[in-house]
Design a protein around this ligand. Structure first.
Ligand code: COS
Length: 379
């Protein structure tokens, strides 16, 4: 076994760390407070190749492996989970889905723009009544010969207003249940496509989350992904990889909070010594460090599975379940180590605590991960 990173992976990790410190950190509190989308930061991440990390260079991507991608996700998330979720959705759900299942014409039209950040994408599966129960799609895509007519509403869509490219999952043939679902590419400028209100969120407030409304949107058949009825499988397969990205985000949030708590505990004095010298604090640091290391192994292993052609449904689900749980626990403890200062925005840990919560919810709640895991071990 070899646990070391390659030289290239170390360089990418360092590039992401530098970018996070120099470009994400300065405005992160203001973006969180005012719910500002990191437009300029996204542009720079496109230039650095972070938005199409695993895409083949012939389509303008960086041609890197999944391990490099999770390293970048981890570093960005230590500082700004609102920016890292944009990276995650664009890489794992949009670019990967398009490159793996799209036609050559679809890739030529969209992939290089997505991979370089010229445009960004969104993945639209959740609905008011279909979040975890993803087969119960109410959005319809009625087959009209050379096109579909799309009607319905999607909820909680990351990059909702900022995207130009949308994967929309919709029901074509209700009788066929999940085998009658299709995934369609929708352009922002299509008639009948409306952006709904922006959500005012607990965490990842810099990311742009909207509901989307489709009123008789005419989508050409050439915008369908795969064969008729492939949409649900497309969503499941794509989300399986997406969960590795979110696991890496959770890992980064935990590691960021831990690093802040460690530093603070070595500076802040109480009872005549730095608080890290009190066992009450030292033991918290020991627990955080151990849990983060365990989560890191799980996240990197899931990425390695994907890179090596192994099944990653189970390892990705376990990594997301565990990393999101310890992101929550670690950030709560990091606030506690900071005491009163932990409650104050300028110390960053309260934001990380709020940001951590979503990692237990999106791209499959922790309960959904347990369904995936238990089915896998019982099969
Ligand atoms: N890869 C490929 N196919 C998959 C799959 C995967 N990882 N998981 C499920 N499928 C397929 C199944 O093989 C089945 O197809 P067939 O009947 O043709 O064999 C189909 O999908 C339906 O699967 P299943 O019967 O297991 O569906 P359930 O309704 O029981 O739901 C869960 C399965 C719960 C796992 C699924 O609905 C899910 O992941 N829900 C959460 C969705 C989610 O992440 N929402 C968040 C939105 S994105 S922020």
């Amino acid at each position: 076994m070899d646990f070391s990173l390659t030289e290239e992976q170390e360089l990418i990790q360092q590039a992401a760390r530098d970018f996070a410190q120099n470009d994400l950190l300065p405005g992160v509190i203001e973006r969180d407070e005012k719910q500002l989308f990191p437009k300029e930061e996204v542009r720079k991440m496109g230039e650095l190749g972070f938005l199409g990390m695993m895409v083949d260079p012939k389509y303008g991507g960086s041609g890197l492996d999944t391990v490099s991608y999770v390293l970048v996700m981890e570093e960005l998330s230590k500082i700004d989970a609102s920016s890292s979720v944009i990276v995650s959705v664009n890489n794992s759900l949009v670019c990967w889905g398009l490159e793996t299942f799209g036609t050559e014409a679809q890739k030529e039209k969209y992939l290089s723009k997505l991979a370089t950040g010229e445009i960004i994408g969104a993945f639209c599966l959740s609905e008011p009544e279909a979040g975890s129960d993803a087969t119960s799609q109410k959005t319809t895509a009625i087959d009209k010969g050379d096109h579909y007519v799309l009607n319905g509403t999607k909820n909680w869509i990351t990059n909702g207003n900022s995207a130009d490219f949308y994967f929309v999952i919709a029901q074509t043939d209700k009788e066929k249940k999940h085998r009658g679902i299709n995934a369609l590419i929708v352009d922002k400028n299509m008639d009948g496509f409306e952006i709904g209100p922006k959500e005012n969120k607990l965490g990842i407030r810099g990311s742009d989350t909207h509901s989307l409304i489709f009123n008789d949107v005419k989508v050409p058949k050439e915008n369908r992904i795969g064969e008729d009825g492939f949409g649900f499988k497309f969503a499941m397969k794509t989300l399986a990889g997406g969960r590795i990205g979110i696991a890496a985000q959770a890992l980064g949030i935990a590691a960021g909070a831990y690093e802040l708590a460690l530093k603070y505990s070595q500076e802040r004095k109480a009872f005549g010594t730095e608080i890290c010298n009190h066992q009450a604090i030292a033991f918290k640091l020991a627990d955080m460090h151990t849990q983060i290391e365990a989560a890191r192994h799980m996240v990197y292993k899931a990425a390695w599975d994907k890179d090596n052609g192994k099944d990653y449904d189970l390892s990705g689900a376990m990594a997301k379940l565990y990393a999101s749980q310890i992101a929550m626990e670690t950030t709560v403890e990091a606030v506690q180590v900071h005491g009163g200062n932990g409650f104050v925005k300028e110390y960053h840990v309260e934001r990380l605590m709020r940001d951590a919560k979503i990692t237990q919810i999106y791209e499959g709640t922790s309960e959904i991960q347990k369904i995936v895991i238990s089915r896998s071990i019982l099969d």
